[in-house]
Ligand binder design. Structure first.
Ligand code: NAP
Ligand code: ZN
Length: 382
């Protein structure tokens, strides 16, 4: 159990509660935000893992009505967010509840912004101009990777550009309600992929130029939790997906590691592996966490040795080869076509802020080396 106030880097205080039956225990909190809620979920999982049922019971008990939008797809698109926002405006909802993995949580933030700015369209998401504050958001995570419940980030798919991009606004939820029990219905693949994302958030933010003591503190805490559970993932992945020894304690450490990863990127952001991942996800249909995992080995191999070794040791890896093996066992070995990797390199090389985001200097040659580790052949310039 862990309850605290997260003093977010944008100056807003967010209430974070983590415990068993968290939603019901804190049900009174919903009435602070109004009389009509807009629940945002993906298609099926919120129903299956019990989170949606808990939220509906909590709202019923508080006499709060709701509208439910359940069409958020993985890597949510701007179009879906706009569609949901139109419904939210029409229904005159007072606040937004995002339930799910990073996709519904990220979508909830963008939807809350558009509802609060009813005359603005999709372009406003990517216009760094401050107008009305988004509706209040309650975030309820059901995966263990993005930490979106404690970040200001909302990553959406821009179909017209063939890539994913964070919106131009930092939107932190008012409250995060974290209950590890929702992870129980997740497949081993989902757990492993999302845990890899959490690792990536911690490694990338710790090597980001904008890292600070709060970020590094979260990284250390999160990686230590990750180190305590990673062997459960290895064991399960090596033995036909048997998760029988995944106790409450394991799920709790996984979801808290994810939360610390979120806090870390809330301060310092992500860098090269996240930048490289978007083409792999969009064009090769690889889930976000796995796509992040592809590039951790190459990225860390290029990082200053002392920094790399400290991070690896927090995470319980004796060296970088052990990290590589961990990734292959838990997330899989499949290769990404060279042409997609090259387009990922092009995309990041053209992104000046990303190229300069790390504490060590990155050039195009280095990007080519980083992606070569996950290709059948060496990736070279055209
Ligand atoms: P996700 O895309 O939200 O969900 C992946 C799949 O898992 C969906 O099919 C979902 O089903 C299912 N699922 C969710 N919870 C489940 C559970 N408890 N049991 C069984 N199935 C469950 O996955 P994610 O990796 O958490 O999020 C990825 C997205 O987050 C990407 O768009 C990424 O760019 C973004 N992201 C955001 C941040 C941030 O700081 N905001 C950081 C990193 C990544 P349903 O569709 O039926 O719900
Ligand atoms: Zn991520």
């Amino acid at each position: 159990m862990m309850n605290f106030i997260f003093h977010t880097p944008s100056g807003k205080d967010e209430d974070v509660f983590e415990e068993q039956n968290c939603v019901m225990n804190h049900r009174k909190i919903f009435s602070k935000f109004g009389k009509k809620a807009f629940i945002i979920t993906g298609r099926f999982s919120a129903e299956k893992n019990g989170s949606l049922g808990d939220v509906k019971s909590a709202l019923n008990e508080q006499g709060i009505s709701w509208v439910h939008f359940n069409e958020i797809e993985e890597n949510p698109s701007v179009e879906t967010v706009v569609k949901a926002a139109e419904i939210g405006k029409r229904e005159k909802v007072d606040f937004v509840i995002g339930i799910g993995g990073g996709s519904p949580l990220d979508a909830a933030k963008a939807i809350a912004l558009l509802i609060a700015n009813p005359t603005e369209g999709a372009d406003y998401l990517y216009t760094p101009e401050k107008k009305d504050e988004p509706l209040n958001i309650v975030a309820i995570p059901t995966t263990c990777g993005t930490g979106s419940e404690v970040t200001g980030v909302s990553v959406l798919t821009r179909k017209e550009l063939g890539t994913k991009k964070s919106i131009a606004h930092k939107i932190f939820p008012e409250v995060a309600l974290i209950d590890p029990k929702y992870l129980r219905s997740a497949s081993l693949t989902l757990i492993c992929n999302t845990a890899m994302d959490a690792f990536g958030h911690m490694a990338e933010s710790a090597l980001s130029k904008t890292r600070c003591s709060e970020c590094l503190d979260a990284v250390e805490k999160g990686l230590k939790l990750f180190s305590e559970v990673k062997n459960y993932l290895v064991k399960a992945a090596s033995s036909d997906e048997v998760m029988s020894d995944f106790t409450w304690d394991v799920y709790e450490k996984l979801i808290l590691a994810s939360m610390y990863g979120g806090i870390a990127i809330a301060y310092a952001g992500t860098t090269i592996p996240h930048g490289l991942s978007y083409q792999v996800t969009i064009r090769h249909n690889v889930p976000h966490g796995k796509a992040i995992g592809y590039f951790q080995y190459g990225f860390l191999k290029e990082a200053p040795k002392e920094e790399r070794d400290r991070l690896l040791s927090f995470a319980g890896f004796s060296d970088i080869e052990e990290l590589k093996k961990y990734f292959e066992v838990t997330c899989g070995k499949e290769k990404v076509p060279a042409e997609i990797l090259l387009s990922a390199v092009d995309e990041v090389a053209a992104n000046e802020p990303k190229m300069h985001a790390s504490v060590f200097s990155v050039d195009r040659e280095m990007l080519l080396r980083i992606v070569s580790y996950v290709s059948d052949k060496e990736i070279v310039n055209d």
